[in-house]
Write a protein that binds this ligand. Structure first.
Ligand code: GDP
Ligand code: IMO
Ligand code: MG
Length: 434
């Protein structure tokens, strides 16, 4: 039996353009399904000049595809309902299904998130403060409240009481202020449950059935592989499996039903939050890239840290994700910078390392080694759009060299080239869905 499913994941620290490419590839798909993370994600889609920013809603919503939020996600119902309302006001039909076993984020999770960050001092990750870590912690320690709990008011009351009292103690232990009222949260979340009830199903069963009858499914990653809880830069990452490995646990779809893995790399590096970033540029060039790439966090508005492309960590990311197809985004954002540098590997204590060291304590002592590349000149937005329309041959010659160098070093071809935020500013060299 053959299946037609693809996974789209960020290969680095998030914000590689997952929203853009889930929307782009959704043109050919039936279903788009999120499998990890929560409202810490910020996925941007630009379609005919209109900009959409989603935190929880899968990016297939713009194309009005069937969208699913899998069990691996943590759901802040207030944000989800807001996003559904916004789409409906725009006249979009929202064909949504939510896993009954996804976990629920409460306001006190956000308070604990902030307090934990302060307590951790130099080991804080610079979280989005959306309560993601504390909600996944409750899931792992089996205190968690799942979406289906909201639909049974008596059971929900019991579970919430337990969690509420525990969190009150924790907040006070951290020296924080507890200003939550049980009844208020309880009533509010019962209301959320009523609003969301019509979307809630057993998504594992549903997805498997759809895949078995040949539906084309995109699994949309949130964050990026280097933020993954197991394989990323711990503790400077997120609390879920943010790479292709997360799909099966986060949806109930078994590995043998995953056809292809699509990894997205940015033409340079960006990171929002804390932790070592060996190729970071804290100078004027960094500022120029940040401006040209509009590198400001989609969720928090924080300026993103930027740096030269790091092929050493991408080799690692390629390995753990088992990537079949590569997409490169934001090449246009490197315009008017000459020369450009690409990191090929790191040195540690004067020796070249064979593989990316996963321990942050080693990474912060590593020296990135670069090759120098010629840049390409500035183009107007209209020129980039025209280039995308013509295709690969119209790309600046030095950009082609930059792409070929990446392909050679990674020993992996690039299948899609992106030179602008619009859906149309995309050059697809290879078919991804069969
Ligand atoms: P995601 O979290 O991976 O979905 O990425 P974000 O949406 O947070 O950040 C990527 C940003 O880059 C968004 O503002 C996109 O609209 C934009 N973008 C995506 N691809 C390109 C590209 O090729 N060129 C430019 N200039 N912007 C892009
Ligand atoms: P998308 O899906 C970039 C980062 C935070 C912080 C760490 C932990 O848009 O790529 P968390 O709130 O998850 O506990 O924060 O992870 N982070 C992201 N960085 N893009 C994201 O999502 C991110 N989601 C979380 O900045 O360093
Ligand atoms: Mg983002």
């Amino acid at each position: 039996m053959t299946f037609n499913t693809i996974v789209i994941v960020g290969m680095s620290w998030g914000d590689e353009g997952k929203g853009k490419f889930c929307d782009y590839l959704a043109q050919e798909a039936d279903i788009v399904c999120r499998f990890n993370g929560g409202a810490n994600a910020g996925h941007t889609i630009v379609s005919e000049g209109q900009k959409f920013k989603f935190k929880l809603i899968p990016s297939g919503a713009v194309m009005e595809k069937e969208i699913i939020i899998g069990n691996g996600c943590v759901i802040d119902p207030e944000i989800l309902i807001e996003e559904i309302d916004t789409l409906e006001k725009l006249g979009k039909s929202v064909n949504l299904k939510i896993s009954s076993t996804a976990h629920v984020v409460f306001p006190f999770h956000k308070t604990v998130d902030g307090l934990e960050e302060t307590y951790k001092e130099r080991y804080k990750a610079g979280t989005t403060k959306r309560g993601i870590g504390p909600t996944y912690s409750d899931k792992a320690s089996r205190y968690g409240i799942r979406i289906y709990d909201l639909l049974n008011s008596e059971r929900f009351k019991q579970k919430l009481r337990n969690l509420f009292e525990l969190k009150k103690k924790i907040v006070k232990l951290y020296g924080g202020v507890w200003d939550f009222e049980f009844d208020k949260i309880y009533k509010q979340y019962v209301e959320y449950g009523k609003k969301l009830k019509k979307y809630v199903i057993d998504t594992a069963y549903y997805l498997n059935k759809q895949i078995d009858i040949g539906k084309k499914v995109i699994f949309e990653g949130a964050q990026g592989a280097l933020l993954d809880i197991d394989h990323g830069m711990y503790p400077f990452g997120t609390s879920s499996n943010a790479d292709a490995l997360g799909v099966c646990a986060g949806t109930g779809v078994p590995p043998k039903k995953i056809s292809k893995i699509v990894g997205i790399i940015k033409a340079y590096t960006s990171r929002v939050g804390d932790g070592p970033l060996p190729t970071e540029l804290t100078n004027k060039i960094g500022e120029q890239i940040r401006e040209q790439g509009h590198e400001f966090g989609t969720v928090t508005g924080r300026p993103r840290r930027v740096g030269w492309l790091d092929l050493f960590n991408l080799k690692y990311s390629l390995m753990i994700n088992g990537v079949d197809y590569l997409i490169i985004s934001l090449l246009d954002a490197l315009e008017d910078i000459n020369p450009l540098y690409i990191c090929t590997h790191y040195e540690f204590n004067g020796n070249s390392l064979e593989s990316w060291p996963i321990q942050s304590e080693i990474i912060e002592q590593c020296k990135p080694i670069y090759i120098k590349m010629d840049g390409w000149g500035k183009r107007s937005r209209k020129e980039w759009a025209d280039i995308a329309r013509i295709g690969y041959d119209a790309l600046p010659e030095n950009m082609k060299k930059y792409i070929r160098t990446i392909e050679d070093i990674l020993n992996h071809r690039i299948s899609i080239i992106s030179i602008g935020p619009e859906r149309t500013e995309t050059i697809q060299l290879e078919k991804i869905f069969s």
